[in-house]
Design a protein around this ligand. Structure first.
Ligand SMILES: Nc1ncnc2c1ncn2[C@@H]1O[C@H](COP(=O)(O)OP(=O)(O)OP(=O)(O)O)[C@@H](O)[C@H]1O
Ligand SMILES: [Mg+2]
Length: 458
């Protein structure tokens, strides 16, 4: 084409790049944008009475529509897809000068074919919304097989339902292009004219198919989005159900512990006390020395120790002391009991709490301290621990620390233990935060932050 342009007048002559010839050009050649040149070209052709002018004009309009729709559909959100397909069909109808355009989808098993979107000019019947296989079985089967169908031209003689429909509604011509996704037909896009026949040239076919592909890809993306959202919702529901279940389990566990603790306290310790009294009476009746007396004395001491253990266990199972004296004293007693029994030397530091703290938070802190200290005794290899209970802003801060073997917190999820995961669950239920800081050889610190103000949504 020409490169060097010689501007002589508004309607210029053009010299080719070799300078071999000069050609008249019907267009202004000043530095105008391409779009405007394009318009000028079309106007120039029309003015010159060129027979190709109308089809060039249509073609350019259609190409513009195609590129506009393609770029618009790239960034659509799932919510916008349906309305934009309807709007796109309307633009197609207006641009091609037809009367109706519809977009339909085949079911996954290929046995149903429904028009999902359509636009028609006023006065034209809307596209049927029933299953097209039941209305037009031959036409639908041709589409399912991936054939482009021109109605009535391509219909075989036995397509009576299809012909009857054309006659009844005045359909003069309909072109339907099947749409495929990954090799299988997923639907079709149709272009219909009523009253008079509006042919669509064959060379337009790939472009029309492209439009249909733009729509079906947008719909596929929308479906994928919806499926993802459904799955996310299901996941959320099952997470909520799981949390609910965990809360109910913890509650049931507390109730059961309370029941056993009461049984132990009210029944077993009483019976042990009666036994102790009987043994003491027996001791008094025996000779002041001898093997029997020694044995009885051993039995009495054993009974006292057993009674203390049962008492201690019942207190652990249901910390009535928590209700009676509050968290600060209940933890003091727990630490003292471990030290007294020689299990661990526990240093306890606490602050006066500003006001009565929520019962759930107190129980949570108490159970976490119990489990953490039990873990120190069982796993740390050390014999010392420190517990502190402080108030930090609006939070209760509980810290349990040891200087023993430590462990890698990332690996504990694979083990069978329930202590740490049940701590995490308890803390979540009262909207708190749990931090487990540990490393092999570096001891362990469990830190819990619990809100001091009860959360109404909890
Ligand atoms: N203070 C600690 N020092 C060293 N290792 C610890 C400590 N606390 C926990 N661990 C490690 O973390 C693992 C998990 O602890 P967790 O309390 O969840 O389960 P468990 O104590 O083994 O069993 P369960 O608590 O169900 O009786 C323990 O088996 C241990 O290896
Ligand atoms: Mg444990």
């Amino acid at each position: 084409m020409t490169d060097a342009r010689t501007k002589k007048s508004q309607t210029a002559e053009v010299t080719d790049s070799n300078g071999d010839g000069v050609f008249p050009c019907p267009l202004p050649t000043s530095g105008r944008p391409v779009r405007s040149l394009d318009q000028d070209l079309r106007q120039g052709l029309a003015k010159a009475g060129c027979p190709l002018a109308p089809s060039v004009e249509e073609r350019v309009q259609f190409e513009t529509l195609l590129s506009e729709l393609s770029s618009r559909f790239v960034n659509l959100t799932a919510n916008e897809v349906d309305s934009q397909i309807e709007a796109g069909l309307r633009r197609i109808v207006e641009c091609l000068g037809i009367d109706r355009s519809g977009f339909g989808e085949l079911s996954a098993n290929g046995r149903q074919f429904f028009v999902t979107h359509s636009y028609q000019v006023p006065g034209v019947p809307p596209a049927p919304r029933q299953d097209l296989f039941s209305l037009f079985p031959i036409y639908s089967e041709m589409i399912r097989q991936g054939k482009v169908v021109r109605v009535p031209d391509d219909l075989p003689a036995e397509a009576t339902a299809e012909r009857e429909y054309c006659r009844r509604v005045g359909l003069k011509f309909n072109l339907t292009i099947p749409l495929t996704l990954m090799g299988s037909v997923v639907g079709g896009i149709g272009f219909a004219s009523f009253g008079s026949r509006r042919e669509l040239p064959d060379e337009l076919l790939p472009r029309l198919r492209l439009l249909g592909d733009v729509f079906s890809n947008a719909l596929a993306r929308k479906r994928a989005d919806e499926a993802l959202r459904d799955r996310e919702q299901m996941l959320q529901v099952s997470q909520t159900q799981l949390r609910d279940l965990a809360a109910r389990l913890l509650h049931a566990q507390e109730q059961e512990r309370r029941r056993i603790a009461r049984e132990m306290h009210d029944d077993w310790t009483q019976r042990l006390a009666v036994l102790g009294i009987d043994v003491a009476r027996l001791e008094r009746q025996l000779a002041p020395s001898g093997a029997a007396l020694e044995l009885i004395e051993t039995i009495r001491k054993e009974l006292v120790s057993l009674s203390e253990d049962v008492h201690g266990l019942s207190r652990q199972l249901h910390p009535a002391i928590l209700d009676d004296l509050g968290l600060v004293e209940a933890l003091r007693s727990e630490c003292a009991s471990l030290s007294r029994r020689g299990v661990l030397r526990v240093e306890y530091v606490s602050q006066l709490l500003p006001h009565p703290i929520p019962h759930d938070a107190a129980l949570c802190a108490y159970r976490i301290a119990q489990e953490s200290l039990r873990n120190v005794a069982r796993h740390s290899g050390g014999r010392e621990a420190a517990v502190s209970l402080l108030v930090d802003a609006d939070e209760l801060l509980l810290r349990i620390q040891d200087w023993g073997a430590g462990f890698d917190p990332r690996t504990v999820h694979h083990g069978p233990g329930l202590g740490l995961s049940s701590m995490a669950e308890r803390v979540k239920l009262v909207q708190g935060k749990l931090a487990v800081r540990s490393a092999p050889g570096e001891g362990t610190t469990i830190e819990v932050r619990l809100p001091l103000v009860e959360n109404p949504s909890a």
